[in-house]
Design a protein around this ligand. Structure first.
Ligand code: SAM
Ligand code: SF4
Length: 349
């Protein structure tokens, strides 16, 4: 039930114990389970990344404990991300634990799909409801250029398997960059429509130093992409939400009827700031709770779980307290050096 921007239960109480100073309720957590990846996308990682030493990472048990504490407090959606989550050894155990939690209605994953051919069925069996797959191009050579080392056919095999297994929703995430893949947006839209998937076009965010990749030059606004798509498709905005910041559009035919099940979304941190309705926090693979993607406000959960190995009350209290330091919003500016030196892969995008 919704009241303004606040979700309440029948007796008018917030659905979660996690409410910040601005009255925003946190119901969505992104857990990064590794900072490592088998690709090196130009907008996400530099070529010579330094990764966190393994002993500093949360164990899988600690991740499951933290996820469970969040759900105990009212979080109903958890997205597992990274780095590439499926490269973490024995990662299925985290999905299996979280997938059994009663209060969790949405267990989702963001992946580059290189290992999805093997994992799609076990993930579905563990209770994963929806999958976001990153795909910036459907041209093999370009794919290798953007990911620096990837092979398109592996990701395509993963997408095919996910479609065969059948999740509630499969969404393609595309970071649109001038001079890289901007000329492919129609091809990507045809690709998802043929397969009944959704797509989100994402504006590149200034996270981490990218070496010689100049973000101001590659920047492409969501409004420009939408105008280009509208030359070919009749698109109508919807109020539908998947609990994230994307704004969605549907394809409509000349009678005003829905022409396809697919939707196009836009994630626009630059052109449309979405901080007012922010409902999420992130946990890095080292156990740092990040209260905002674009700010440094954080709390060390690894220290708390290790100081209280059997007492989840201490962990839950810390999570409630952390709401006092959730900042009002981010402050991205593409023309300045990144103020946040963390890469998206370390943050859990
Ligand atoms: N490896 C997985 C994948 O690529 O789907 C999960 C982690 S990745 C960091 C999560 C999402 O962040 C991907 O959709 C990726 O395109 C996006 N991403 C990475 N760096 C970004 C940046 N600088 N700006 C915008 N999106 C970014
Ligand atoms: Fe890896 Fe995902 Fe970052 Fe690409 S976007 S380098 S696949 S973590």
């Amino acid at each position: 039930m919704s009241q303004g921007s606040t979700t309440v239960t029948e007796d008018n109480k917030p659905v979660t114990k996690l409410v910040d100073r601005f009255g925003r309720q946190v119901t969505y957590v992104r857990l990064s389970v590794t900072d490592r990846c088998d690709l090196r996308c130009v907008y996400c990682m530099s070529e010579d990344m330094k990764f966190v030493p393994r002993e500093q990472l949360l164990t899988l048990e600690e991740m499951s404990r933290i996820g469970t504490a969040f759900v105990d407090l009212g979080v109903n959606k958890i997205r597992i991300s990274g780095g590439e989550p499926l490269t973490r050894r024995n990662i299925l155990s985290v999905f299996e634990t979280l997938g059994k939690l009663d209060g969790l209605t949405d267990l989702t994953l963001t992946t580059n799909a290189t290992l999805l051919e093997k994992y799609a069925q076990p993930l579905r069996d563990a209770g994963v409801t929806r999958i976001n797959i990153s795909l910036d191009t459907i041209q093999p050579e370009r794919f290798t250029k953007i990911t620096r080392i990837g092979k398109l056919e592996k990701t395509m095999a993963g997408i095919d398997k996910a479609l065969e297994v059948g999740f509630d929703n499969i969404k393609i995430n595309t970071v649109v960059m001038k001079n890289f893949n901007h000329d492919e947006i129609i091809d990507l839209v045809e690709f998802i429509r043929d397969r009944g998937m959704d797509i989100s076009f994402i504006e590149e965010m200034p996270l981490g130093d990218m070496g010689d990749h100049d973000r101001a030059l590659s920047y492409c606004s969501s409004d420009d992409i939408l105008s280009e798509l509208r030359e070919k498709y009749n698109l109508v905005g919807t109020d539908e939400s998947t609990g994230g910041p994307a704004k969605y559009f549907r394809f409509i035919d000349s009678n005003g009827d829905r022409e396809s099940e697919s939707r196009i979304g836009f994630i626009s941190p630059h052109s449309h700031n979405f901080c007012d309705t922010c409902n999420r926090v992130r946990v890095t693979a080292e156990g740092m709770l990040l209260l905002c993607l674009g700010q440094e406000h954080s709390m060390d959960l690894r220290q708390i779980v290790r100081a209280h190995p059997t007492d989840d009350e201490a962990l839950r209290n810390a999570l409630i307290e952390s709401m006092q330091i959730k900042p009002k919003g981010h402050d991205f500016n593409l023309n300045e050096q990144p103020i946040i030196m963390r890469h998206m892969s370390a943050t859990g995008g």
